[in-house]
Design a protein around this ligand. Sequence first.
Ligand SMILES: *[C@@H]1O[C@H](CO)[C@@H](O)[C@H](O)[C@H]1NC(C)=O
Ligand SMILES: *[C@@H]1O[C@H](CO)[C@@H](O)[C@H](O)[C@H]1NC(C)=O
Length: 82
Amino acid sequence: MKILFFILAVGIYCIYANQCPEIDSHPYPTLLPHPYDCTLFIKCHRGEEHIMECPFSDRTNTTRLRFNATISACDWPQNVPC
Ligand SMILES: *[C@@H]1O[C@H](CO)[C@@H](O)[C@H](O)[C@H]1NC(C)=O
Ligand SMILES: *[C@@H]1O[C@H](CO)[C@@H](O)[C@H](O)[C@H]1NC(C)=O
């Protein structure tokens, strides 16, 4: 399942225009699309934004999955135009 890719995603902490709710949603955290890079997404934790990277979609590490806001998950590149 695509949701498993989150476990592989690498988190990088960063601050800018914060759209996260103060209260976390449960059981899954709020995920927001990144404003300019579709291979990144924002994971909310207690009102703080954590920039996450979608994992690579192939073994040569050249293509990353892209965040699909409709399903709140990293999706195959052909499903998400950038
Ligand atoms: C792709 O990335 C993984 C994890 O960082 C690494 O173990 C692997 O060697 C990389 N593969 C290539 C072909 O660079
Ligand atoms: C996102 O996922 C949905 C459901 O699988 C799909 O219909 C849609 O084409 C995908 N891409 C975007 C950009 O929403």
